[in-house]
Design a protein around this ligand. Structure first.
Ligand SMILES: [Zn+2]
Length: 62
């Protein structure tokens, strides 16, 4: 199963809206990704259930 879904998020550093691609075939993930606008690290974490986003959060990774 490969379920990729776009998810809008707000960067905790610069406040810009960014679009992340989530892999919903994995039930739980967290990883650090650099903001494409300000290049600062964000901790992206989410859970997925039945191919849908159940919980989603983005916070500062500094
Ligand atoms: Zn940013």
């Amino acid at each position: 199963m490969n379920l990729l879904q776009g998810q809008d998020a707000t960067c905790p550093h610069c406040g810009e809206t960014i679009n992340l691609t989530l892999d919903l075939s994995v039930p739980e993930q967290s990883y650090v990704e650099d903001c494409p606008v300000c290049c600062k690290p964000m901790l992206v974490s989410y859970t997925a259930a039945d191919g849908e986003v159940a919980e989603f959060s983005v916070e500062s990774a500094e």
